[in-house]
Design a protein around this ligand. Structure first.
Ligand code: OSB
Ligand code: MG
Length: 382
């Protein structure tokens, strides 16, 4: 509980960020990306910053930067009830808008930043975090076997304990063979971002062949709406490797649905859940999923959306919750962006862990950087 928060204004900023290293997935190669910041100013001039990490095109899901900026401005922000008394109240005020998880997450993240200042409590305490450090995983979006191998070597030398490789039809067997030759024992997983067709026998064979590589999991081979195809594929092909859902999980109820479905097929132990706060509508819903997977012993990890370090610090802090049992997609060996928007940047220690901030949010906003990177802004005053 905290004193009611009265807002004086909200500013939206669209930032253009240049990636240091291009990131290739089954849907595109990104060299830069735009993100949206939601900046809440309270009556007593406290400032909360939250990230709505968007894609410029609707390639990961239906949401994209222009649409998120617009829905924030026209619908989500005007629906906020004042004063704000809790994250639950904030969520309920926006809940009638369908499928706007990224924008909702941006407002909620800024609210949590304000709450740390109003209450003096850390995000870690507010969110039920426990671990003092979390294991760093690295999501590799390379364009060729050599490119992926080079990125993997850099990461392992820097201390990363787990690698995740972006795959697509035709780019899986050769890259896994090369990785297992160089790293026979490392924790390894793959992410297809919906690129496979559950009814194509060639695709089925390529996915089944991944069972040879002793992977932690295969992430989202089929469409976001195809939970049933995922579980059927796993059961019909007697896959040993667990299947993990990313795009298919947009709420706690989706996580419940998935687990019930896997249990109905008698393979409840072969499901892994990925949590990304911007995909499930914020940190409150993400924590509710973390509680659920903890209660049901479902393996789970914190995903990433190439966030700035504002989003990354919040993800790292939430992933110290005991529901997160697998290494998160938290970092790369080098900073993601030519210029980031807060300090310090999270970094991996030589032992492969990232220290979890125990006070506040862990970051200080770099307003000069934000000003330089902003390409569009809108202010709504109350
Ligand atoms: O599917 O997990 C994904 C990045 C953008 C969109 C989707 C995904 C990803 C990642 C990157 O894998 C994780 C990160 O380092 O932020
Ligand atoms: Mg994914």
């Amino acid at each position: 509980m905290h004193d009611p928060i009265e807002l004086s204004e909200i500013t939206l900023r669209r930032l253009r960020l240049k990636l240091r290293l291009p990131f290739t997935t089954s849907f595109d190669t990104a060299y830069e990306r735009d993100t949206v910041l939601v900046i809440l100013t309270s009556n007593d001039n406290l400032i909360g910053v939250g990230e709505a990490p968007t894609h410029n095109a609707p390639v990961y899901d239906h949401q994209y930067t222009d649409a998120t900026f617009d829905v924030l401005h026209r619908f989500l922000i005007p629906s906020i009830k004042h004063p704000i008394t809790s994250a639950e109240q904030l969520q309920h005020s926006m809940a009638r808008f369908k499928g706007q998880t990224v924008g909702t997450c941006g407002i909620e993240a800024a609210y949590w930043h304000l709450v740390t200042q109003v209450t003096g409590q850390s995000l870690k305490a507010l969110w039920g975090g426990q671990a003092n450090a979390v294991v760093a995983g690295f999501s590799i979006g390379g364009t060729s076997v050599d490119d992926v191998l080079a990125r993997a070597h850099t990461a392992v030398e820097a201390g990363f304990k787990r690698l995740k490789i972006k795959i697509w039809p035709g780019f899986e067997g050769s890259v896994m063979t090369a990785l297992r030759r160089d790293f026979p024992d490392i924790m390894l997983q793959v992410d297809a971002n919906c690129a496979y067709d559950p009814f194509d026998p060639k695709h089925q064979r390529a996915l089944k062949a991944l069972d040879y590589f002793d992977l932690l999991l295969i992430e989202q081979p089929f469409g976001g709406d195809d939970m049933l195809d995922h579980v059927r594929f796993q059961a019909d092909h007697q896959m040993q490797t667990p299947i993990a859902l990313d795009e298919s999980i947009r709420s706690l109820n989706d996580a419940r649905r998935a687990y019930k479905l896997w249990q109905m097929f008698d393979i409840g132990n072969k499901l892994v859940i990925n949590v990304k706060p911007p995909r499930v509508g914020g940190y409150r819903e993400a924590r509710r999923i973390a509680n659920y997977v903890e209660e049901n012993s479902i393996p789970c990890w914190m995903g990433g959306m190439l966030e700035t370090c504002v989003g990354k610090w919040m993800n790292i802090i939430l992933s110290s919750h005991p529901g997160f049992t697998l290494p998160g997609d938290h970092l790369q060996p080098q900073p993601y962006y030519e210029r980031d928007i807060a300090l310090p940047l999270p970094t991996v220690q030589p032992d492969g862990f990232i220290a979890v901030p125990a006070t506040g949010t862990g970051f200080e906003i770099d307003w000069e950087a934000i000003e330089k990177l902003t390409i569009e802004r809108k202010t709504i005053s109350f």
